[in-house]
Design a protein around this ligand. Sequence first.
Ligand code: S3P
Length: 482
Amino acid sequence: MGLALMTKRGVACYQPKRDGKLIGTLFSLYNDPAQEVLMEVSAQRLTARRGGPLRGRIKPPGDKSISHRALILGLLSIGETAIEGLLEGDDVLHTADVCRELGADVVRTGEGCWRVRGCGVGSLLAPRKTLDFGNSGTGMRLMMGVVGGHGITASFDGDASLRKRPMRRILDPLLLMGAEVLKQAEGGRCPLELKGASEPIPIEYRTPVASAQIKSAVLLAGLNSPGRTVVIEPEASRDHTERMLKYFGAGIEVESFGENGRKISLEGRPELRPAPIAVPGDPSSAAFVLVAATIVPGSDVIIESMMMNPLRTGLLTTLLEMGADVEINDRREEGGEEVADLRVRAAELRGVDVPAGRAPSMIDEYPILAVAAAFAHGQTRMRGLNELRVKESDRLEAVAAGLRAAGIEPRIIGDDLIVEGHGGDVPGGGLVATHLDHRIAMSFLCLGLASRRPVEIDDASMIATSFPTFRPQMERLGAQFA
Ligand code: S3P
């Protein structure tokens, strides 16, 4: 259960926390500290049904990964960072509030336009209250890196989904850098208390899995280190932190490492210079439109300004292999990232084998790819999905259960998900459990737009974490939700 409400003073987000009650946080749109509010609400069920084709133009919201990083680098530089196109979803609003708590002045100046006056590397304030990240693993993990590299102590907490997610993968390198964990829940989970290192030890760290969150946490901690911090990743993961650090003037080098890996070296204690940031459209949100327009017969949709960073476009590559009809137009650079307009028309898909090596470039897109696979002819095998088990929900199980509810029989073999496609004729008809996971919610709503019978999801409120305008924007294209 969860709910987001727009009020005169800001956005109030309610999430299940204590005694079955919903504890809400009121995020000010100005520079006031967030406040806790209490309210009881019930889950928002939502049903998607098949209607006419989807048609028109849509601009996806700002990229979530870049939005978090823009606020965080704003906090870590001295002077004013102006951000345009910031994703105003709950996850990012939590990060904005945490930046305020650590000493930044963060103000919304217009729709998607924010201004951050930071304090600079080495000059953060010790927070007076628990840092609450809501549903956001990225916000929490990146901020653990920031705190881990500063001589301050902070408590970290989040909602029921975030409390289940592993944090040891972040704490391990931070401990090597000199941080201390003062309190933690079982298995290195939150709520936890971290005491950062005032003089973080420069380390060379090999990430055990391809994870931009681990890489970013180590680099952010390394910013306040007197030496050179090196991160080696076995396979390249999204590189927004490296790009933005360079853009803000840090000394950072990126080399290839092994077949698909990368080695990133960062000189500590840079003076980060604020620079304006234009946040490009989020390919992980555009993914829902891309698949919906492909599976709803007769659709013809233009997705404007989607980020084309190759470490984020694995879904597009896969859909093209499956036979999707996507024209990539007007490739251009915006805010340091390549973007393009995509024209997507409905198409018949065929099943494919998706290699494990592609996972880092589409890690958040497997739920919606599984939906596309349900509408394909033949089998789709998605390999190497172990990391899906530690997302906002156990996405491997949640996707399989959702497909079953909609009349598809998937199989999980080891870390692979196998879906036998039903061509254009997917039964639908079930109630899908979303487990506080926005991407499960949106994926199965998209399935319901093209299946024979409507599909209901148990709670649509978490969609506000990443794509608050999903419903009205999709309805403008012709989607039928009720
Ligand atoms: C993200 C990295 C990915 C992704 C998450 C956002 C980021 O997680 O799933 O939604 O912004 O760094 P991992 O790095 O743990 O794979």
